[in-house]
Design a protein around this ligand. Structure first.
Ligand code: GLA
Length: 397
C-alpha cells in the first residue's frame, strides 16, 4: 500500500514538473507579438479594403516571413450593437463583416487583431465592451479573432476597478473557446506590470501614445527600459507601436509634435524596441515602403534579438550624458549589446565587456552593418548622434 501511495506521489510530482517545464511554444505570446496596426497612421479611416490590402502587403513584402504575423484593427471599426446586443462592425467600412475579413487574413497565413475598451465607449467614442465582456468575447471568437487590444478610456481611474475590468475580459476570453492574445492598454498609469499578467494578459502598454518624433522615442524608452524584470515569455511590456517609416505623415502619431524622424532615429526605435523585448508592431503604410524603411523593419538579425527564446528584456548597464548601454542575454550564452548615443554629436565610444560583467572574449557581429568583427574583449567605434549600434556577442565555444 505504502509503495503504491509513494508511486502515486512520484507520478504527481512528475506531472507537476513536466507541466512547469512546458516548452514556451504552448503558451500564448511565447515571444513578443509582431505585426502591423492601423492606428498611428490611419486612425479611424479604416475599412475592409484597406485591411485586405495590408494583408496582401504583409504576405508579399517579406513582413510575414520575417515574423510579423498579426494584422490589427484598432479603434474605429465598430458600428454599435444589434437588437440582441451583439457587437457589430460599421457596415459602411466593413460591409462583408469581420468574419469574412478574418477568413481572408487567415488565408494569407496571418492572424487578426481587434480593439475594444473597458468602458461603454472607446477612446475615439465608439461602442465598447464594459458589461458585455462574455458576449463580446464570444463574438470575437466566432469571427476568428486572435488578439484583443483592450483600452481604458472613459473608465474609472482607480487601480481596483481597472484590475476588475481587465479581469472580467480576461475571464471572458478564457471561456470563449478560442486562443486570443489579451493586450492591456491603460498606458502604464496604474503600473500594470505589477498585476496584468496575473489577471490573464500577455502584454500591457507601459506608456502613453508614441508620436513620430525623436523626443517621443526617448521619453517612452526611458519609461520602459527600467521595467525589464517584468518581461518574459507570455508577459511583455508594451511601449506602443514602432514609428519606423512614418516620415512625418499625418495621422495620430503625427499629432502633437509628430514631425518625423531620420532613418538613423527609426533604426534606433527598432533597435531599442528589439532590445526591450517589446512587441514589434509597425504602423506605417506598408503597401509602399521606402527601401530604408524595409531594411529597418525586416532586419532578421535584429528581429532574432527581439524574438530570442529566453524572452529577456535588456538591462541598462550604463547611463550617462552621452550614451546608454543595454545588455540582453540570449539563448546559448550569447548577448545582444546596444550602444545608444542620445547626444547631439557623434562620439568615439569604447565598451570593455568586462565592465558589463561579461567574462572573456566574444565573436562580435554588427547587426546593422552586417559586419563580422572578429573576436575581442571590447568594442570601439564611432556612434553618430541618435544612432544605436547593435551587436551580437557570440560566446566562443
Ligand atoms: C488610445 C490608445 C491608442 C489607440 C487609441 C484609439 O489612445 O492608447 O493606441 O488605440 O486609443 O482611439
Amino acid at each position: 500500500m505504502l509503495k503504491r501511495i509513494s508511486f502515486l506521489f512520484f507520478l504527481l510530482f512528475l506531472i507537476i514538473n513536466i507541466s512547469a517545464q512546458q516548452p514556451s511554444g504552448s503558451i500564448l505570446a511565447p515571444a513578443p507579438p509582431m505585426g502591423w496596426m492601423t492606428w498611428n497612421y490611419f486612425g479611424e479611416n479604416i475599412n475592409e479594403k484597406l485591411v485586405k490590402e495590408m494583408a496582401d502587403a504583409m504576405a508579399q513584402n517579406g513582413m510575414l516571413n520575417a515574423g510579423y504575423e498579426y494584422l490589427m484593427i484598432d479603434d474605429g471599426w465598430q458600428g454599435g450593437r444589434d437588437k440582441k446586443n451583439n457587437l457589430i462592425p460599421d457596415v459602411e467600412k466593413f460591409p462583408s463583416g469581420i468574419k469574412a475579413l478574418a477568413d481572408y487574413v487567415h488565408s494569407k497565413g496571418l492572424k487578426l487583431g481587434i480593439y475594444s475598451d473597458a468602458a461603454p465607449l472607446t477612446c475615439a467614442g465608439y461602442t465598447a465592451s464594459f458589461g458585455f465582456e462574455e458576449q463580446d468575447a464570444k463574438t470575437f471568437a466566432m469571427w476568428g479573432i486572435d488578439y484583443l487590444k483592450y483600452d481604458y478610456c472613459n473608465a474609472p481611474k482607480d487601480v481596483k476597478t481597472a484590475i476588475a475590468r481587465y479581469r472580467a475580459m480576461a475571464d471572458a476570453l478564457q471561456k470563449c473557446g478560442r486562443k486570443i492574445v489579451f493586450a492591456v492598454c491603460e498606458w502604464g498609469v496604474r503600473e500594470p506590470w505589477l498585476w496584468a499578467a496575473q489577471q490573464g494578459a500577455q502584454l500591457w502598454r507601459t506608456t502613453y501614445d508614441v508620436r513620430d518624433a525623436w523626443s517621443s522615442v526617448m521619453e517612452i524608452y526611458g519609461q520602459n527600459v527600467t521595467l525589464y524584470p517584468y518581461a518574459g515569455p507570455g508577459h511583455w511590456n508594451d511601449p506602443d507601436m514602432l514609428i519606423v517609416g512614418l516620415r512625418g505623415s499625418k495621422g495620430p502619431a503625427g499629432l502633437y509634435g509628430g514631425i518625423g524622424c531620420t532613418d538613423i532615429e527609426y533604426q534606433t526605435n527598432m533597435s531599442l524596441w528589439s532590445m526591450m523585448a517589446a512587441p514589434l508592431i509597425a504602423t506605417n503604410d506598408i503597401r509602399s515602403m521606402h527601401e530604408r524603411t524595409k531594411n529597418i523593419l525586416l532586419n532578421k538579425d535584429v528581429i532574432a534579438i527581439n524574438q530570442d527564446v529566453l524572452g529577456k528584456q535588456a538591462e541598462r548597464k550604463i547611463k550617462d550624458s552621452v550614451f546608454d548601454v543595454l545588455l540582453k542575454p540570449l539563448r546559448g550564452g550569447d548577448f545582444a549589446l546596444a550602444i545608444l548615443n542620445h547626444s547631439d554629436h557623434a562620439h568615439e565610444i569604447t565598451i570593455d565587456f568586462n565592465t558589463l560583467g561579461l567574462q572573456g572574449s566574444y565573436e562580435i557581429k554588427d547587426l546593422w552593418r552586417k559586419d563580422e568583427m572578429g573576436i575581442a574583449k571590447k568594442w570601439k567605434g564611432n556612434v553618430l548622434s541618435h544612432e544605436t549600434k547593435l551587436l551580437r556577442l557570440q560566446k566562443i565555444k
